[in-house]
Design a protein around this ligand. Structure first.
Ligand SMILES: *[C@@H]1O[C@H](CO)[C@@H](O)[C@H](O)[C@H]1NC(C)=O
Ligand SMILES: *[C@@H]1O[C@H](CO)[C@@H](O)[C@H](O)[C@H]1NC(C)=O
Ligand SMILES: *[C@@H]1O[C@H](CO)[C@@H](O)[C@H](O)[C@H]1NC(C)=O
Length: 569
């Protein structure tokens, strides 16, 4: 079990008799912990909950906790538009291309949009639409696919969606005529089938998953050559390697599936998958943070990248969320908590970076950079704007007021990237001149455009695209529900209106090639709409304006794909 990884061998070697006693004691304790974790019967608590957590703001005044119906309806209308355009032109494909209306498959062709959007439809009460999804979901053959299967994407989008749908039904949030007992059973069976088909991913010496699974042969396999064609700069290693997010973002889905089925294997495999990071043996210079990428055969890092941004993000997110999802008595929760708090401290000490004032912009903003070996990279991506939300959640759950202040400062910086562009949508990635510590930063504005952006806003875009991403709205949702401050609702409304203005296309919501150049309708649209647009971006926007009881953070834990699971505490 993972806990063993922290104990050195030496203490077993001093005296054979005492080593034997120690070993016996260790075995008994381990057995006890295993039995304790997994012996409880499957927990079904329809229409009620055990005790939840105290996360949401409670001192609401003047009716601010009520829904802002007009704005919530506007977001719901955007979801309806998204759904029906997909339904009419690409039903059954993974996604619709929002400009041309073509169907596109990049998630094994099982209809990723349908599964991913279903939990948003349920929360919005769009039941006619949800009924169509349920019909499709119970008919998918999850054992067959043309392509290799990516365990990470498949777990967060498909498995998470299925398991969440069962939880929503069990909580009484879906009418009986949309998901009755039989349909519930079939959806859960689909989740089991899919999870079992992904099983071979975990057949590695460490339990860290293979990058892909071949469903024809039921074998885990390395990254396909296409990955190296897309990323020619990527080094080749002896064994398959994996990043923290890809191996550390299945425990919420798996733990919930274990609760729903009573089968411990899902939680066990997910625990092993992130164990080399949680209980790592190697020395990391910064407490709580892991170096990556990691060799799945040895469990050792083969690179020295260390950050909370793309590819690492949801490992840290799942550490704190797991301690909310699980009963506190579950083994390892203390370890997850201390690991998270250490990583948050390291983020704050080593990666948070205040921007130096620029000629026409004297305000400073707190961005987050990355570390690669000895280099600090003064570059943040939109994905890292998940961090404020996750840190706010942790600050409330662990009663850490410093994290609260830190998180709101990071959120202000993400807000600044949105309000600084002509479209009022933030770019995919940006850089700044650090105020402290770096006389010679890695990135400086070089083109005229970059210099101009830097002079007027204190940062410059390094990738000016928008890809339908949710992280900013996600953090605004946490900020609104945790602080109750109106400004976060206002910011969310501004962002939503900008998306409505610039991204709405004939068959859905398009990406933008350049958030600084929204040149008239349709100019610069990117013909892609990833399923997270429906499962996250629109869901979080809606929840900001919904009543505070809808998907309360006191009762539900959101996955990194925006699917929500009940806390059973
Ligand atoms: C609620 O309304 C009262 C009276 O108008 C006002 O004094 C108070 O500041 C308001 N509280 C909030 C949180 O807006
Ligand atoms: C699996 O088998 C089918 C049918 O023979 C084939 O079309 C598909 O390419 C195979 N998939 C992989 C990943 O090899
Ligand atoms: C669990 O992991 C084992 C390898 O340790 C693997 O053989 C099995 O298929 C996995 N099962 C599931 C459901 O993940």
């Amino acid at each position: 079990m993972p806990g063993f990884r922290r104990w050195g061998k030496s203490r077993f070697q001093k005296n054979p008799e005492s080593s034997f006693k120690l070993l016996a004691a260790v075995l008994i304790i381990t057995l006890y912990l295993i039995i304790k974790e997994f012996s409880s019967p499957p927990i079904h608590v329809p229409n009620s909950y055990n005790v939840g957590a105290d996360i949401q703001y409670k001192a609401w005044q003047n009716g601010t906790e009520h829904a802002d119906t007009e704005k919530a309806t506007a977001v719901r209308d955007a979801m309806k538009y998204t759904f029906w355009k997909y339904r009419q032109s690409a039903w059954g494909y993974d996604d619709v291309r929002p400009v041309s209306g073509e169907g596109a498959n990049s998630r094994n062709g099982w209809g990723a949009f349908i599964v991913d959007s279903s939990t948003t439809l349920a929360l919005m009460g769009l039941y006619d639409e949800l009924a169509l999804c349920v019909q499709h979901i119970i008919a998918i053959d999850f054992t067959k696919t043309e392509d290799l299967v990516d365990p990470f994407e498949t777990t967060i989008r498909y498995l998470g969606g299925l398991v969440s749908l069962v939880d929503l039904a069990d909580a009484g949030l879906v009418p009986e005529n949309i998901i009755n007992a039989e349909a519930r059973g079939l959806i859960l069976q689909q989740a089991v089938t899919l999870a079992n088909s992904l099983g071979p991913a975990y057949d590695t010496p460490t339990g860290m998953p293979y990058p892909r699974v071949n469903f024809n042969t039921s074998e885990g396999v390395p990254d396909p050559p296409s990955v190296y064609i897309e990323h020619p700069e990527r080094p080749r290693y002896d064994n398959p390697v994996i990043g923290p997010a890809r191996t550390g973002s299945s425990i919420l889905e798996a733990r919930t599936l274990t609760r729903l089925t009573g089968d411990p294997i899902y939680a066990k495999n997910a625990t092993m998958a992130w164990a080399p990071m949680v209980w790592n043996k190697w020395i990391t210079p910064w407490k709580g943070m892991v170096d990556a990428p990691i060799d799945i055969v040895t469990g050792q890092p083969v690179g020295r990248q260390r950050h909370w941004d793309s590819g690492h993000d949801s490992y840290y997110e799942y550490l704190v969320k797991m301690t909310l999802l699980s009963p506190p008595a579950d083994p390892y929760m203390k370890d997850y908590k201390s690991r998270f708090l250490d990583a948050a401290t390291s983020l704050r000490t080593h990666l948070a970076s205040r921007s130096a004032p620029a000629p026409s912009h004297t305000m400073q903003h707190l961005f987050i950079g990355r570390q690669d070996a000895q280099w600090f990279l003064n570059k943040q991506s939109h994905l890292a704007c998940f961090a404020p939300g996750t840190l706010l959640l942790a600050s409330k759950h662990y009663l850490e007021p410093d994290l609260h202040t830190f998180a709101l400062a990071l959120l202000e910086a993400c807000h600044h990237t949105y309000t600084s562009t002509p479209s009022k949508i933030g770019p995919e990635a940006w850089s700044w001149v650090p105020k402290f510590g770096y006389d010679d930063p890695i990135y400086l504005p070089s083109t005229n455009r970059q210099k101009k952006e830097w002079e007027t806003s204190g940062f410059w875009s390094t990738d000016a695209a928008y890809k339908g991403r949710p992280e900013y709205l996600e953090s605004l949702f946490y900020a609104w529900r945790i602080t109750g401050e109106q400004r976060y609702r206002d910011w969310a409304w501004e962002a939503f209106q900008a998306l409505e203005t610039h991204c709405k296309a004939p068959f859905g919501y398009a990406g933008l090639s350049d958030v600084y150049r929204p040149n008239g309708p349709g100019a610069g649209w990117v013909d892609e709409q990833e399923s997270y647009w429906a499962s996250e971006t629109l869901k979080y926007a809606y929840l900001v304006f919904a009543a505070k009881e809808v998907a309360s953070l006191d009762r539900w834990v959101f996955s990194t794909e925006g699917h929500l699971f009940r806390m059973i505490r």
